[in-house]
Design a protein around this ligand. Structure first.
Ligand code: FES
Length: 310
């Protein structure tokens, strides 16, 4: 899809709200709450941003991009786009869908992780379904959309600041009905803490849905290892600063993936032999412990070679 940047507004000093229209005279495809667009940023690569849908109807696409000062150039490239410029993007895809039904819903957003939650709150409010939206950040000056969230969702939304009014995760999770569906979107530390608190409070792991807002980063001590593709026997070396997907693609192996953060589950592979070093947030503890599946966008190996079912 070719899109044209129609409008840019600042939500905070670092967050720009970018609205796109179609390049041709056709309606943009519909999308569901939690969906994202993947933009083609040329040499920088592809980057995904959640679509924002407020209760006020719009037939355009809106995303919000936070400038990541120490990032890998994706947000810089998005911010460099000028109104009237064209960009290629996929049609909306949704790896973070809301489950239909009448169960109560908890939406918990950290920082720029608020973006998919806005569309979810809009959808839930239209359905008259009970929900709570909890939005936490370092301080309110860095948290976009606070005024609009208050006016659109009133008492359903609560705000927290790390230093002045921190979110008490244990208290929040233990206040929920046990059949609550929990949606988490934000940085890794918040997601891990919130998921643990929800499980400790008795919420089932299957009721917890996650989208990360960080990309895979190498860690100190990461080393190279080999991956063998079981269907062809091809062996590919994964360097210490490469992901398995990057190494496979560089070697000409066709791989399916999307988020590249370890939360969507699209790149999941069966492990035939070797020991995975899991770094995703999508597998359950039992799946991780089994060692028989892994997300090859972020996870690595604890053994010298992994044989994966590709
Ligand atoms: S591409 Fe989403 S989990 Fe790997």
């Amino acid at each position: 899809m070719k899109l044209i940047l129609e409008q840019v507004e600042a939500a905070t000093d670092l967050i720009r709200v970018m609205t796109f229209r179609p390049a041709t005279d056709v309606a943009l495809p519909d999308y569901t709450a939690g969906a994202h667009l993947e933009f083609d940023l040329g040499s920088v690569g592809k980057r995904s941003y959640s679509l924002i849908d407020w209760p006020t109807e719009s037939d355009l696409y809106t995303v919000a991009v936070q400038h990541e000062v120490t990032g890998d150039g994706g947000s810089r490239a998005m911010h460099a786009l000028r109104v009237g410029e064209a960009i290629e993007a996929t049609e909306p895809q949704n790896n973070f869908p809301l489950i239909d039904g009448d169960k109560p819903v908890l939406l918990l957003a950290g920082g720029i992780g608020i973006t998919p939650m806005i569309s979810m709150a809009t959808h839930l409010q239209k359905q008259e379904r009970p929900f709570q939206l909890h939005y936490t950040g370092r301080d309110v000056s860095r948290m976009g959309f606070t005024e609009t969230l208050k006016s659109e969702f009133n008492n359903a939304v609560s705000f927290y600041e790390d230093n002045r009014k921190p979110l008490e995760l244990g208290q929040l999770m233990s206040s929920l009905a046990l059949d609550t569906l929990v949606y988490l979107c934000g940085p890794r530390g918040m997601i891990d803490a919130a998921r643990n608190a929800a499980v400790e409070a008795g919420i089932s792991e299957q009721a917890i849905h996650i989208e990360l807002f960080t990309i895979a980063e190498s860690r100190d001590g990461d080393t190279a290892f080999e991956v063998e593709v079981s269907s062809t026997g091809q062996v590919v070396k994964v360097e210490a600063d490469q992901t398995i997907i990057e190494a496979l693609e560089a070697a000409g192996v066709d791989v399916m993936y999307d988020c590249q953060r370890g939360d969507c589950g699209i790149c999941q592979c069966d492990v035939i032999s070797g020991i995975p070093d899991h770094r995703d947030v999508v597998l359950s503890d039992a799946e991780r412990a089994s060692g028989s599946v892994m997300q090859i966008c972020v996870s690595r190996a604890k053994s010298a070679r992994l044989v994966i079912d590709l």
